[in-house]
Write a protein that binds this ligand. Sequence first.
Ligand SMILES: C[S@@+](CC[C@H](N)C(=O)[O-])C[C@H]1O[C@@H](n2cnc3c(N)ncnc32)[C@H](O)[C@@H]1O
Length: 378
Amino acid sequence: MFETPTEILIKKTIQEQNGSISFYDFMDTCLTNEHFGYYSTKELSWNHLGDYQTSPEVHPIFGFLWAKQIHECWIKMNQPKKITIIEVGGGSGIFMSSIASWLKKEHPNFFHIINFIIVDVSEKRLEQQQKLLQMYDVHPQIMLIDDFLNKQNTFEGILISNEFYDCLPFHLIKKTQSNLNEIRISNSKENRLFYSEQSLTNKNISNFINKMNLQLFNDCIVEIPLKTYEVITKIASMINKGYIINIDYGDSTSNLLQAWRKDGTYKGITRNMLDDPINNPGEIDITADVNFSILQKGLEENNMAVNPIITQWQCLSNLGIFNMLAEIPEVNLNNSSTYLKNKKAVERLTEPELLGKIKVQVAAKGCPLEELSYFISA
Ligand SMILES: C[S@@+](CC[C@H](N)C(=O)[O-])C[C@H]1O[C@@H](n2cnc3c(N)ncnc32)[C@H](O)[C@@H]1O
């Protein structure tokens, strides 16, 4: 039987820990172990050649539209003389590259006062992002997530992320008639990983369930995202004045926790197909829908006002995606094939059952939130 290096490592830890590890530890090792983790080691891409395609990779118009919103945010902040723009979990770096190139072209004076920072979990990803950004003549500060979160200083600016929170590790919990159980990962006599279930003993999890007012249904598995809450709380506390823009698959607590959703939302993804997360550890991505109510709580507890979540298709339409399509030089209206290619990309970004269903949440501290263009129907 073929075992990935991550699988061997996980089995060793299971043995050392008397037969099981939490799904949180399993996922964390699979995705971010510095020697074997999915995000730390592999040559990754998020375009059509990767395991799945993200919005910034579909078309640069995605970054151009968010750049337009970022410029408006700066105006709402009363145009400070210096501003920090941070992206967390930037993948290939294409999102920040599109944002920066649009700002440089459309608002060069603004572009020159920006301090760009990119934050990620591995040196390899940061190098990939930095290399791409340098091709656009952008020279960002780069930081590992732990160093960034441990920084004591605050910043004035805008922090943006796309599909970042959905890859932070979580615990799996199942309520039964009489008990709360934890779903953990064990190793069988035949040396195969499997899901095991035992009574929940970790008080941090039961306290978190109470604090977040999560109403669990019998026999339903639910992801409990302690790390997401910890990260958003820290980020929100670091902002002095400015905005946080969260773009991700997910929903509110009330929409996520439903009696019919027996198996939770967690999944493995490889080559554009769903897979069981315990298959090929370290070789596939693991993700779950983001609970935006939990993000909201972390933001509000740190004095941020938070807009209700809206879908990506609403948001891109409000930002003017259909008009911009006709304006950008990449789209040549006299060349039907490039025009159709670009039009198709816009349809992909806004398709309500695909990328269009992604949610957008914006929070503000010390500056107005209500009249931002992304939120107002065009
Ligand atoms: C799904 S990719 C999204 C990439 C990019 N934002 C995009 O839309 O194409 C997730 C990104 O988050 C990073 N990431 C994963 N786990 C992380 C963690 N624990 N801390 C910081 N970044 C992480 C990955 O390295 C990757 O850059």
